[in-house]
Every structure is written in structure tokens, then in C-alpha cells.
Ligand binder design. Structure first.
Ligand SMILES: Nc1ncnc2c1ncn2[C@@H]1O[C@H](COP(=O)(O)OP(=O)(O)OP(=O)(O)O)[C@@H](O)[C@H]1O
Ligand SMILES: [Mg+2]
Length: 507
């Protein structure tokens, strides 16, 4: 018997114009968590889709429990014990949680009808086992993204899998939910299940994996024991170079106030939020998931109407009723939910970058200056290293992280006065992350005002000149760069005022 439950050798896969994988290997031991890392577009998701029979490899072998694996389709994979939680969720919104979990293998009663009671009961048991607090009869469409993610996890586990693949499973989870997921992973491991875990987050790699395999540009770089790796050596493997500076914070002159928000309210969602931003400033927004930070920005940007409050730009009160109004006032917003509100999957990379900026490219007010559009797109693609065969490629075919980079490029290309970034580096690889920090810094240096929402505290701490902390729809306080500390932000993010902070140790 082999040491490995899954053994992949010399697997290659090409798409039109893209060599996604070139003779890669992956060897996974049972009862371990095997990390998979690599820059956006390195081929991670493609390899996983080959393992579960969604794509067919052009060449190479896959052995599962010692035998060559030949799958007809994804159901085949589930039935032999390989399941996957996808990077892009695609639940069926009108189905219940139970129907979603048992899709394609519904229990039937004696008359051949689907036995809803039986699947509800079975689902209740699975959820209970995983300590997931959801009703089997809840409708998928009414769940939050994080809850849907948990259903996906429950589904993957429910097949009595020997290999569970998780493709960036924590990108939309709160810290609590991440902890919960990690407990589930530990439990799977102790039952001998192998978990293949794709992530861009260093903490996760060092926190839960036993081994890590790195891919770069579709090629296999190597597999190491996590214990033998450091952050630096891992980054080096991923990007093929090391960087001296990860967070680029340039000191910019902070000038006059450009935007003032006074007592902004949206019903019960958030109340009386006031803040201002200056030219050259990066204003961080910290808080736990659900604190209302995104909601404030959505209202400011005209996606949802405010119920009270004023927004003043350059001394003039604005009446923003739609994103179009906001863009007209040179406010840009990189939303958290790129698929829902940010990306046009069926348009090309070029059109996606150009779309918010068309006004800027009108020649004589009427014709689109295609040459300029091309120049700007080329520039973005190069700067953020978007991996695409051409600017005409449909965004649909880009890797998850590269899709994100397209949206980021769009708003950067617009040269706004005020740039709101909601979780700008989620799902983005280390190299491009550092590139985004550099671009943010440059924009601030050129006199733009930037609002940064992030759940990654190191990012907030390194990049912000000032930080607003929110808790359950209220602004709790504001901290200057000198006052910032991780402990203080966390303290305030739970709703405690700054005056009750005890752990004011200097670090
Ligand atoms: N269906 C497809 N058609 C055309 N090209 C594709 C398709 N799927 C993936 N690609 C391309 O293959 C390459 C590898 O993509 P893949 O999604 O595997 O990357 P990844 O490592 O998962 O990246 P990320 O970290 O961004 O999720 C990318 O250049 C991508 O654009
Ligand atoms: Mg991927």
C-alpha cells in the first residue's frame, strides 16, 4: 500500500491560449492537511477541478488509494469519496439546506417519491455532528454567504469522503466561523480524512497544514513539511523572488478635508456615523464582520438610500442617489462582493476595466478613444500582473484572484478623488497584494483620499493614517496612526469605549 491517498503525477492541462498546468505533481497523505499555495492563476483551482472530474487532464496520472482514478463526472468523485468546496459557490437558491446537501442522491420512499422527512432528518444529524446551527428546511437563498459556505462544508463532509478539497474556504467567513471550520478540519484529520487546503493566507498555512505544495505559473515548485518553512521561504517559492518591503507606506502630505460625512444613518443598519477624510490620507475602517462598515460605504456610494445625514465634498453638499451620481462626483467604490456588484463575467478584461471610466475616454465627447483604453488596460494588467492570454479574454475564464485584480484595476484607472476599498486584497496573492499597497500609497501621495475597509488588522495598521472603529452600526471611536495598536482596535471593535482599555502596553 502506498503512503498516499492521492498521488498526482505529470498532469498537464491547457485552455485556449493558456497553459494552466504543466506536468505537476501532488502527493497527499491520509489524515493530514495538505496546503496548496501559489500566485493567482498558478493553476491551483484547475488542478482540483481535474481531481474531482470537472475537467479532464490533457495528460498525466491520478492515483487514488493506489489505483488509477478515472471519473466520469463530479458525482463519480463524490461517490468514491472525493469532495470539494469550491472557490465560487453555486448553491441553488430556491432549495432548502437539506435538498442542497442531498442533491442527486435523494432518499426515496417505497413509492419512489423523495422522502423529504428522511433527508431533513439526515441533514439535521450532519449539521449537529458539525455543530452548525442551521435548520435543514431553511431556504438557501435566504442564508448569508458564510452560512452557505457552511452548508457546502456539511455537504462535502456528508459523503464520507476520504479526501476533502477546500478552495479558499475562509474568504467570506468571520473569525468565529473560521475557528469553527478549523475544528471541523481537525476532526476530519483525526478520522483519517485528507484535507487539501488552498489558501493565500499565511496564518492559515502555518496554523493548520502539515505539508505545503507550491505551484508557480502552472508548474510544480515543491512539497515541504510546513515545519521546515518560514513565511519568507514560502513567499520566495511562490513568487520566485523575495521582497524587502511588503507594505509600502509612503508618507504623503495630508491636506485639506475633501469629504465630510455627518450623522449618516440608514434605518436600523447604522446610526449617526460621522467622519472626514483629507487629501493624501488613508482612512482605515476597522470592526468585526457585521459592524456596518460596508453598509456605510454602500450608502455613501448611493447603492442604498440614507435615512438621515449629510455628505459634503469640497465644501459642497452632495445629493447622491445612485452609484452613477457618486462616480460623477469622482467617488469610486471597490465593493466587497465582486461577483454581485463588481464584475461583468461575460465581458472582456478590457471592457471590465473601462466600464466605470468610459466618460474619461470619450474623444470630443462622442467617440471612445480605443487607443487610450488599451494603454490604460495594458498598464493595469502589467502593474497588478493580471494573468490573462489577452485583454479580450472573458473575465469568466480568469482565475478567482485575477478576477479580483480586474475590479481593482478598474477603480484605480478611474483616478477618483475619493477611493473606497472594501477588502481590496481578499483572495489576492502576496505579490499582487504588495503591489496594491504600493498603488494605494502612490494614489494618496498624489493627493487622493482613500478609505480602506479591511478585516486584516496588519493591513489596517500598516496602511492607515487614521482609523475609525465601528461596532454593530455605531462608530465607537477614532485612532490616529500613533495611537494604533492591534489590541486597542480589537478592544474597541467589541463595542468597548477607548477609556476602558487596560492593556495599554507599549510594544
Ligand atoms: N475554463 C477556463 N478557460 C480558460 N482559461 C482558464 C479556465 N480556467 C482557468 N483558466 C486559466 O488557467 C490559469 C489557472 O487558473 P486557476 O483558476 O487554476 O488559478 P488559481 O491558481 O486557482 O488562481 P487563484 O489564486 O486566483 O484562484 C489561469 O490563467 C486562468 O485564467
Ligand atoms: Mg483558484
Amino acid at each position: 500500500m502506498s503512503d498516499y491517498v492521492l498521488e498526482i503525477e505529470n498532469v498537464s492541462k491547457s485552455f485556449p491560449g493558456v497553459r494552466a498546468l504543466q506536468e505537476v505533481e501532488l502527493k497527499v497523505r491520509p489524515g493530514t492537511v495538505h496546503g496548496v499555495m501559489g500566485e493567482n492563476g498558478a493553476g491551483k483551482s484547475t488542478l482540483m477541478k481535474i481531481i474531482i472530474g470537472l475537467y479532464t487532464a490533457d495528460k498525466g496520472t491520478i492515483r487514488y488509494k493506489g489505483n488509477i482514478l478515472e471519473l466520469k463526472d463530479v458525482n463519480d468523485a463524490l461517490n468514491v469519496g472525493i469532495s470539494m468546496i469550491h472557490q465560487e459557490l453555486s448553491p441553488l437558491p430556491f432549495m432548502t439546506v437539506a435538498q442542497n446537501i442531498f442533491l442527486g442522491r435523494e432518499k426515496r420512499n417505497k413509492l419512489g417519491f423523495i422522502d423529504h422527512q428522511a433527508i431533513d432528518q439526515a441533514t439535521a444529524n450532519i449539521l449537529k455532528d458539525l455543530n452548525i446551527k442551521l435548520r435543514p428546511t431553511a431556504i438557501m437563498g435566504t442564508l448569508s454567504i458564510a452560512q452557505m459556505q457552511l452548508v457546502e462544508i456539511a455537504k462535502a463532509v456528508s459523503y464520507d469522503a476520504s479526501v476533502v478539497i477546500m478552495d479558499e474556504p475562509t474568504s467570506t467567513l468571520t473569525e468565529q466561523e473560521v475557528k469553527h471550520l478549523f475544528r471541523i478540519i481537525e476532526d476530519l484529520k483525526s478520522r483519517g480524512v485528507a484535507v487539501v487546503y488552498i489558501t493565500h493566507k499565511m496564518d492559515e498555512v502555518f496554523g493548520i497544514t502539515d505539508e505545503v505544495t507550491v505551484y508557480r505559473d502552472g508548474e510544480f515548485v515543491g512539497t515541504d513539511d510546513t515545519r521546515n518553512l518560514t513565511r519568507e521561504s514560502l513567499i520566495q517559492k511562490m513568487v520566485g523572488r523575495s521582497f524587502e518591503q511588503f507594505f509600502h507606506k509612503q508618507t504623503a502630505a495630508i491636506e485639506e478635508v475633501v469629504l465630510e460625512v455627518e450623522n449618516l444613518c440608514r434605518g436600523k443598519v447604522f446610526r449617526d456615523v460621522s467622519f472626514s477624510v483629507r487629501r493624501g490620507e488613508i482612512l482605515g475602517f476597522a470592526g468585526l464582520v457585521g459592524a456596518g462598515r460596508s453598509e456605510v460605504m454602500e450608502t455613501l456610494f448611493g447603492i442604498y438610500p440614507k435615512t438621515a445625514g449629510r455628505v459634503v465634498k469640497d465644501g459642497r453638499e452632495l445629493d447622491i442617489r445612485s452609484p452613477k451620481d457618486a462616480i460623477g462626483n469622482r467617488i469610486a467604490f471597490l465593493t466587497e462582493d465582486r461577483k454581485g456588484t463588481g464584475l461583468y463575467l461575460n465581458l472582456s478584461v478590457r471592457d471590465n476595466v473601462a466600464i466605470a471610466n468610459l466618460v474619461n475616454y470619450l474623444k470630443g465627447g462622442v467617440f471612445i478613444d480605443h487607443q487610450q483604453v488599451r494603454a490604460i488596460c495594458d498598464d493595469s494588467v502589467a502593474k497588478l500582473r493580471i494573468r490573462t492570454p489577452s485583454l479580450d479574454q472573458l473575465v469568466l475564464y480568469l482565475s478567482g484572484g485575477n478576477q479580483q485584480k480586474v475590479v481593482v484595476s478598474r477603480w484605480l484607472a478611474m483616478e477618483p478623488d475619493i477611493l473606497i476599498l472594501d477588502e481590496p486584497t481578499r483572495g489576492i496573492d502576496v505579490g499582487a497584494k504588495s503591489e496594491i499597497y504600493k498603488l494605494m500609497s502612490e494614489l494618496a501621495f498624489r493627493g487622493k483620499a482613500i478609505i480602506l475597509i479591511s478585516s486584516e488588522l496588519p493591513e489596517i495598521l500598516a496602511m492607515s493614517d487614521r482609523v475609525v472603529v465601528m461596532h454593530e452600526g455605531d462608530k465607537v471611536g477614532e485612532l490616529t496612526r500613533e495611537e494604533l495598536s492591534q489590541e486597542l482596535i480589537l478592544h474597541m471593535a467589541t463595542g468597548e469605549p477607548r477609556s476602558t482599555f487596560a492593556g495599554a502596553q507599549q510594544t
